[in-house]
Design a protein around this ligand. Structure first.
Ligand code: SF4
Length: 346
């Protein structure tokens, strides 16, 4: 199968005991996949007894290690995994061996990446512009979904808008929104065959928005901080950060050079092709702007700055299909695009 991955993807190495925000204590239960569960069922000795004593069946009927004190019960005081130490990485659940890597398939195309809830992944994501590598992997490719080709072309154009020289981050994000809106109109009118010519137009001409027509930004930011506070929240410090952001009157510090663009490129790469299945790309352009704008707004309030707020945003939102679906519904129902042009003006 044709496989895409960011150029930095193979460079990822888990920080293990040096990790400042270990995923083993991120507030997620640890699902135990069937093959690992079968191994644990017959594991001899005290470790086998301990594994079987800890696991539970989750509401979906799957085995998992429930949280103990906010983390995995096998995480030791040095931030290391007791199962990994005793039996090696191959005896840990599949999620522990693969996180923070993600892998999505769209018919004959596989896309890999690193999830920005992991601090080491964030370092790589923000450390260089997104360049995709193309390779071939084993697999049983299915037929290409009809929207795959036009939406791949459109994503390439949207990513290129983020690398345009001589315009601000805000203007780039607004251009992505303008473009995504036009792609969405063609999708809604069942004219995906017109997307390549739209891409060519945007590749020749960078669109600039009339700034005077924008909504006032502080109330718009406040509204979206409020919305994020109403979603399912993993960590109380995220809730506190959202609350603190409301007092900033929309004063965002522009992110360090190129970081805002790389953050936005991460969101577009990871989510845009969801539109292959449901014909919605505008939501994911809006989500891109939301993540970049909120990370910029809250960065001055966090001692670790933009990179850590971006990580927290991803940890709270991208690991929860419930939160993503709630945002998608809100964006669809409320027609939020005009507000997002203001939100993008970083
Ligand atoms: S968050 Fe990333 S670096 Fe930290 S323990 Fe998990 S995978 Fe390793």
């Amino acid at each position: 199968m044709e496989t895409h991955a960011p150029q930095y993807y193979p460079a990822f190495r888990c920080l293990e005991g040096r990790c400042p925000h270990t995923c083993c204590a991120a507030g997620w239960e640890i699902p135990v996949d069937p093959a690992t569960a079968a191994l644990y069922e017959t594991l001899p000795g005290p470790l086998g007894d301990r594994v079987r004593a800890f696991w539970e069946i989750d509401p979906g009927g799957e085995p998992c290690f429930p949280l103990r004190g906010g983390g995995c019960p096998f995480l030791n005081g040095e931030g290391l995994c007791h199962i990994h130490i005793k039996l090696g990485e191959e005896a840990t659940p599949l999620i522990c061996r693969t996180h923070p890597r993600f892998c999505y398939e769209y018919g004959p195309l596989r896309e890999r990446g690193l999830c920005a809830s992991c601090p080491e992944a964030v370092r790589l994501i923000l450390g260089e512009d997104l360049v995709l590598t193309v390779s071939r992997e084993e697999g049983s490719p299915e037929d290409a979904p009809p929207l795959l080709s036009p939406l791949l072309s459109a994503r390439k154009t949207a990513l290129a808008l983020l690398t345009t020289e001589g315009v601000s981050l805000g203007q780039k994000l607004q251009a992505v929104l303008l473009f995504a809106n036009e792609v969405q109109v063609l999708l809604d009118e069942d004219q995906p065959e017109s997307i390549p010519s739209l891409c060519r137009f945007y590749e020749e001409e960078f669109p600039l928005l009339e700034q005077a027509a924008l909504f006032l930004r502080p109330p718009v930011l406040e509204k979206y901080l409020e919305l994020l506070g109403e979603l399912a929240i993993l960590h109380p410090h995220w809730r506190k950060l959202l609350a603190a952001g409301k007092g900033r009157q929309g004063k965002a510090a522009p992110p360090p050079p190129r970081m805002g663009e790389r953050c936005a490129a991460y969101f577009l790469y990871r989510h845009w092709l969801r539109g292959v299945w449901d014909g919605d790309v505008l939501t994911w352009a809006e989500f891109t702007v939301l993540g970049t704008a909120i990370s910029s707004l809250l960065a001055p309030l966090h001692p670790e700055g933009f990179a850590e707020v971006f990580r927290l945003f991803c940890e709270e939102l991208e690991h929860s299909e419930e939160n993503l679906a709630a945002l998608q519904d809100f964006f669809w129902e409320k027609g939020v695009l005009p507000e997002f042009f203001s939100l993008a003006a970083i």
